[in-house]
Design a protein around this ligand. Structure first.
Ligand code: SF4
Ligand code: SF4
Length: 289
C-alpha cells in the first residue's frame, strides 16, 4: 500500500540514484541532477481551474489529463493527486553557468538535453510504477496530445504546465523572469504525474500568492535576473519578454550548444544563476511566509 509522500519520493529517488540516464554523459560520470524533492496537490484544488481561466481553455486540469489516459474509467478530481517533483541542478553545473554571460555552460546544456531525456523517463517510470501498484497514473507531459497552443494573455503555452503544477503543489512561486523560485532555488526543472491515489496534500505555505518568493514583487528590490539576460528579455517594468527570449534561444544559444557541445534541445538559463534565488528562496521572504 502506498499512502505517504515518503514512499512516492523513494520511488523517484531510487530511479534517480540507479537509472543510467541520469547522467550528463561526461567522462566524470556525474549525474544530471541533484537529489529530487516531491510535493503533492489535491486534484480538485481550485487553483487548477483558475490557471485554466488565466491561460486558456486548452490547459488541462488534472481530471482532464487523467481522463485522456483512462477514457473508460475517468475519476472525479477529488480522488486525484498531482505529484510534482523538482530536479535541482548540481552545484558543479551552477558554478559553471555562473561564469557564463552570453551562452550556456557545457554542463547546463547537457542537463537541458540529457537531463530532460532522463526527466521524461522518470515521469513514465513513476506513472508506470504507481499504476502497477494499483494506483492508475499518467504523466500528462508524455501524453500524445501534449503540445503548445496560443494563449491570448501569455503567448505560446503548453496544455500541461509543470510549473503551474509545482506552484499548486507548494514547491514555489513564479518570479520576475517567469521561472519558479523553489526551496532549492530557480536552477531546477520539474516533472509531474496525475494519480488516483490517496496521498496527504503538501502545505502551500505561500497560499495563492504566486509571486511571494520573488524579491522584486515582494519588496521592489533585486532585479538581478534582468541584469543576467544578454538580450534584455527581462525588465522590471514588463517582466519576461517571451518572444525576445524565444528568439535568442532559437537563433543563438541552441545552435551554439549543438555546434559546441553536440547537444540538442533549447538551453539558455543564464538568468537562473548568479542571483539571490539561484539555489534557495531569498531568506527574508521565506521567513515572512
Ligand atoms: S533574481 Fe531577484 S528579481 Fe529575479 S527572480 Fe530572483 S528574487 Fe526575483
Ligand atoms: S533564458 Fe531567456 S530570459 Fe533567461 S537569460 Fe536566456 S534569453 Fe534571457
Amino acid at each position: 500500500m502506498i499512502d505517504s509522500i515518503n514512499q512516492v519520493e523513494s520511488i523517484i529517488r531510487d530511479f534517480w540514484a540507479s537509472a543510467p540516464g541520469n547522467s550528463l554523459h561526461l567522462e566524470t560520470g556525474e549525474k544530471a541532477w541533484d537529489m529530487p524533492h516531491v510535493a503533492v496537490a489535491q486534484g480538485d484544488d481550485p487553483l487548477f481551474l483558475r490557471n485554466k481561466e488565466m491561460i486558456g481553455p486548452f490547459l488541462w486540469t488534472p481530471e482532464e489529463a487523467y481522463a485522456l489516459a483512462f477514457p473508460d474509467s475517468p475519476a472525479p478530481a477529488s480522488e486525484l493527486r498531482v505529484i510534482s517533483y523538482v530536479l535541482p541542478q548540481t552545484p558543479e553545473t551552477r558554478a559553471d553557468q555562473r561564469r557564463e554571460t552570453t551562452v550556456p555552460a557545457e554542463r547546463w546544456a547537457r542537463s537541458r538535453f540529457h537531463g530532460e531525456a532522463f526527466n521524461c523517463d522518470l515521469r513514465l517510470h513513476l506513472a508506470e510504477t504507481l499504476t502497477r501498484a494499483g494506483y492508475p497514473s499518467v504523466a500528462p507531459e508524455r501524453l500524445p496530445d501534449f503540445g503548445y497552443q496560443q494563449s491570448e494573455r501569455f503567448g505560446l503555452a503548453c496544455n500541461w504546465s509543470e510549473r503551474h503544477a509545482a506552484f499548486v503543489a507548494g514547491h514555489g512561486t513564479f518570479s520576475l523572469s517567469d521561472a519558479m523560485i523553489t526551496r532549492w532555488g530557480k536552477a531546477v526543472r520539474f516533472g509531474s504525474v496525475v494519480s488516483r491515489i490517496n496521498l496527504p496534500i503538501t502545505e502551500r505555505i505561500y497560499g495563492d500568492d504566486h509571486h511571494a518568493w520573488c524579491l522584486w514583487y515582494a519588496k521592489g528590490t533585486c532585479g538581478a535576473c534582468a541584469k543576467r539576460c544578454p538580450v534584455n528579455a527581462i525588465t522590471t517594468s514588463t517582466g519576461h519578454d517571451k518572444q525576445a527570449c524565444f528568439t535568442y534561444i532559437r537563433e543563438t544559444t541552441a545552435p551554439y550548444a549543438t555546434r559546441t557541445y553536440g547537444t540538442g534541445a533549447t538551453p539558455c538559463g543564464l538568468c537562473q544563476v548568479r542571483i539571490p534565488c539561484e539555489a534557495q528562496v531569498p531568506p527574508a521572504l521565506l521567513e515572512k511566509t
